[in-house]
Design a protein around this ligand. Structure first.
Ligand code: SF4
Length: 239
């Protein structure tokens, strides 16, 4: 059963075949060039960056991250007694109290576990163990864990956020109503070697063309494989 990306538009279950997924991923890669979306390469930097980016529409979280790094060049210096200082730095992005508490708690847990604030030891763990450790940290769910695994640890996983979920659903991939409940379905449908590019390019596509309301289908580089487009326009041959 497909999640319906647009109320009133009923889509049939015509999921792209695997060779079409390759074509879609190639067209997205050509259009967007696999941007990293600012994600740092150090796993702990990346985790903090992602915590700051969640539950905000404010694009300034990147600046907040850089301010935080300038004030605390080493995460080891972010001790529980510095929480209010962290909170002040986070204030412009909203939810500063919650996020400051989460960041301080995560760093305390890492110091307890590894003797210092680091996620480097995860590099030696298999995907599932590394993911299990990450999701054991305060406030870290499967999507954040998979982002750290993919962006900073080079693992072939596919985090499903709102943009990836919307694009995948409209293309006709099997999904459920929400990104979190669709995680395994979308990840399984995309071959290992395409997961990184599919994720980063679907985000770029969802932000600029495949908008939540009013997708700009006439300028879409993957419309020929899109179930939503086909249903709106009537049946057409696929390339
Ligand atoms: S054709 Fe439209 S709905 Fe389909 S992926 Fe492109 S922008 Fe999104």
């Amino acid at each position: 059963m497909f999640a319906d990306p647009v109320p009133g538009l009923k889509m049939k279950s015509r999921a792209p075949k695997s060779e079409e997924i390759w074509k879609i991923a190639t067209a997205l890669e050509r259009a967007y060039g696999s941007p990293r979306h600012g994600n740092p390469r150090n796993p702990l930097d990346d985790l903090i960056y992602i915590i700051l980016s969640t539950r905000t529409r404010d694009p300034s979280f990147g600046r907040t991250f850089r301010r935080l790094k300038r004030r605390f060049p080493s995460w080891n210096a972010v001790l529980p007694g510095r929480k209010s200082e962290v909170q002040r730095i986070l204030a412009p992005g909203g939810l500063s109290r919650l996020k400051a508490r989460q960041i301080v708690s995560v760093l305390s847990r890492l110091r307890q576990r590894f003797g210092r604030a680091t996620l480097a030891p995860l590099g030696r763990l298999p995907d599932l163990e590394a993911e299990a450790y990450l999701t054991s940290l305060p406030g870290v769910g499967p999507k954040i864990a998979k982002c750290v695994l993919m962006y900073a640890l080079g693992r072939k996983v596919l985090p499903v956020d709102v943009h990836v979920h919307r694009v995948a659903t409209r293309l006709g991939l099997k999904t459920k109503k929400r990104p979190d409940t669709s995680q395994a379905l979308v990840e399984r449908a995309v071959p290992l070697d395409l997961r990184y590019s599919f994720h980063v390019n679907a985000i770029a596509h969802g932000r600029s063309v495949c908008l939540s309301r009013g997708p700009l289908c006439d300028r879409c580089p993957i419309s020929r494989w899109c179930e939503y487009y086909r249903c709106r326009r009537g049946p057409k041959r696929r390339g």
